[in-house]
Design a protein around this ligand. Structure first.
Ligand code: NI
Length: 269
């Protein structure tokens, strides 16, 4: 667990530092006296063999994580895997998704390859890759917009690169806000905007997993054309249930995750 914790600390610090909205959600839970435990941490990438899930998961595998499940998102052209730390029930799961470039337009594919070609080889081989952020040219707002028309996911990776896309608070570990309804009401009362795609609460107790998320707060980004505010990272909340054998469900539900991805979609203010 110590080895894994060393990986998480800089990722967590970067996530809080760059996303004031996330920090204020975190502070609201702490002010209430809750202990915040992470259900999972999610990362995004492209499926190019130099930076795909297998590459990004390497350092977690080295720290003792094991592959546990895979997920397909046909419409969004995404594939994902989740990993767990053997022997540590409270360790966050790691969820890594990748965009299937071969299914995208020539424009998107060529843009992604041009970006990946710019990553220094020593960083591609380094375990630090996952927390290096954007490792390519300063983004162009025009390109961002064009990518966004085809894939919100691709436009997010283009601007933000390698970093946590979101952390997820485990509702099972909360004392007062011990149901997803209580968490959602608490967040709405505090003025946070929820992702409503597919309903605020995704999943149900029968499915053994309930999830909700805030929409990503906009943060200023320097583009070639000037500064623009665009959605950064978000915070998610998950409540897990035991199956009929008394084992806590540990996987993910593609139908819910599909909607959670939309938490970073661009919105006009
Ligand atoms: Ni998630």
């Amino acid at each position: 667990m110590d080895k894994a914790q060393k990986i998480f600390n800089p990722i967590w610090n970067d996530y809080l530092k760059n996303n004031p909205l996330v920090k204020s959600v975190y502070n609201s839970f702490i002010e209430l006296g809750e202990e915040v435990v992470n259900d999972h941490i999610a990362f995004r990438t492209f499926n190019d063999p130099r930076i795909n899930i297998d590459v990004l998961s390497k350092q977690f595998i080295n720290a003792g994580y094991e592959f546990k499940g895979e997920y397909h998102f046909e419409q969004k052209k995404l594939y994902a895997k989740h990993f767990e730390l053997a022997g540590f029930e409270n360790a966050p799961r790691i969820f890594i998704s990748e965009l299937k470039l071969e299914e995208m337009s020539p424009f998107l594919r060529e843009t992604a390859l041009r970006l990946i070609d710019q990553i220094p080889t020593n960083i591609l081989d380094s375990p630090e890759l996952i927390l290096k952020g954007r490792l390519w040219e300063k983004p162009s707002y025009k390109v961002y917009e064009q990518l966004r028309q085809e894939s919100e996911y691709a436009s997010w990776v283009y601007v933000f690169g390698f970093r946590a896309n979101h952390f997820t608070i485990s509702i099972n570990s909360l004392q007062q806000l011990n149901s997803i309804e209580k968490v959602v009401n608490f967040l709405i009362d505090k003025g946070f905007e929820m992702n409503t795609s597919g309903g605020i609460i995704k999943g149900n107790p029968e499915g053994l997993l309930e999830q909700a998320s805030i929409t990503a707060g906009t943060i200023p980004v320097e583009f070639i054309e000037g500064d623009y505010d665009i959605p950064g990272c978000y915070y998610e909340f998950a409540r897990r249930y035991e199956d009929k054998n008394g084992n806590l469900y540990s996987g993910f539900i593609a139908k819910s995750a599909d909607k959670i991805f939309e938490s970073t979609d661009y919105r006009k203010n």
